[in-house]
Design a protein around this ligand. Structure first.
Ligand SMILES: C[S@@+](CC[C@H](N)C(=O)[O-])C[C@H]1O[C@@H](n2cnc3c(N)ncnc32)[C@H](O)[C@@H]1O
Length: 329
């Protein structure tokens, strides 16, 4: 099969155009509260009244949600598909919005940068909306790690729950991972490294709002200049946003900054293969400023930096693969 004729090109692009509009419709529906109208059910007129749009627009958006399987119709009534109903019940609406916004903003920003002749890789965002949305996606990720990944690592949870526990959050951005870790582990103190001024300022605001000024220190420092010794129980290294040289020089520094027996958590998102999902994970990874390293390559890097008991985990359904390694005792 493949693309043999100009008509095939038209078909491929038309399909992508439909998907692009469907995603935008989903994000718009979440923004105006239309998703929430689907539980238990709504007519277009009821949805329109609640969401503050015209009846015709509410119906058009609901039809798109139905076409992609997120909603079902019963006569003139729309109802969330069972999976969406469950998803909306179990996920905070702010997390859902952050997830959708983050992808929407970043893909839009890639096109905007290309139009301005400024397309380049790197987590160089300074738009507070993008920073907040991406940061906020960290909330769900931390909870998934704490409930589904950390328990499989013998001793890690007990260590994080102990008085005096310390966490290093490399590239802490607007501070969401640091804040959520403090919420989950009440004895934890955190050092966040964040070279970006806009991110660090936003992190300071978020940390103050959460009341964690005494527990979270944000340093304007890069991983490559870390010199702490024997100070942390767990370090988070998002190598996906860093050039490979920064990661290879930084990982041994992280090892030395951990207590003997402390853990490093390195994340990977790139997946091998020629399918759309795999290619998209690598595009995202490169756009974030990282090298598109596969999980097994990150495992090798982590071992080469002197960590042992290196294992790959990850919350089911999550884009992130968690590579955990231990500083030898
Ligand atoms: C995806 S953002 C972090 C999101 C973060 N978890 C939050 O709550 O906002 C990645 C961050 O890593 C930072 N970063 C990039 N390279 C770095 C390096 N070499 N050392 C430390 N931080 C770095 C960037 O400035 C950026 O803010």
């Amino acid at each position: 099969m493949g693309v043999q004729t100009p008509q095939d090109v038209q078909r491929v692009v038309d399909g992508l155009t439909d998907s692009s509009w469907a995603f935008s419709a989903l994000v718009a529906a979440a923004e105006i509260g239309l998703l929430a109208c689907l539980t238990p059910s709504c007519t277009p007129a009821e949805a329109a009244a609640r969401a503050g749009v015209t009846d015709a627009l509410a119906k058009a958006l609901l039809d798109v949600l139905t076409s992609i399987g997120l909603a079902n119709t019963q006569g003139n009534t729309y109802v969330a598909a069972p999976g969406l109903g469950e998803f909306l019940r179990t996920s905070p609406s702010d997390d859902i919005l952050a997830w959708l916004r983050s992808n929407h903003f970043q893909s839009r920003q890639m096109v905007d940068a290309a139009r301005r002749g400024q397309l380049q890789p790197g987590w160089i965002h300074t738009d507070p909306e993008i920073l907040r949305a991406q940061g906020r996606t960290g909330r769900a990720a931390v909870h998934a790690l704490a409930s589904q990944v950390f328990p499989s690592v013998p001793g890690l949870q007990e260590c994080l729950r102990s008085p005096g526990a310390a966490f290093l959050d490399v590239g802490c951005g607007v501070g969401i991972i640091s804040i959520e870790m403090c919420r989950i582990y009440p004895h934890l103190s955190v050092v966040g490294l964040e070279p970006g001024e806009v991110q660090a300022a936003e992190a300071a605001r978020n940390i103050a709002e959460a009341g964690f000024e005494e527990r979270i220190e944000v340093r304007p420092q890069r991983l490559e200049s870390l010199t702490d010794r024997d100070a942390f129980d767990l370090a988070y290294v998002p190598q996906v946003v860093m050039p490979i040289a920064a990661v290879t020089s930084g990982l041994p520094r992280v090892r030395d900054a951990l207590h003997a027996g402390g853990w490093v958590l390195v994340v990977a998102i790139s997946v091998p293969g020629n399918d759309l999902h795999a290619a998209t994970t690598r595009l995202l990874n490169v756009m974030w400023g990282g090298s598109p390293l596969l999980a097994h390559e990150v495992v090798e890097m982590t071992k080469a930096a002197g960590f042992e008991s290196v294992q790959v985990g990850g919350a089911p359904g999550s884009l992130l693969k968690a590579i955990l390694g231990r500083r030898p005792l």
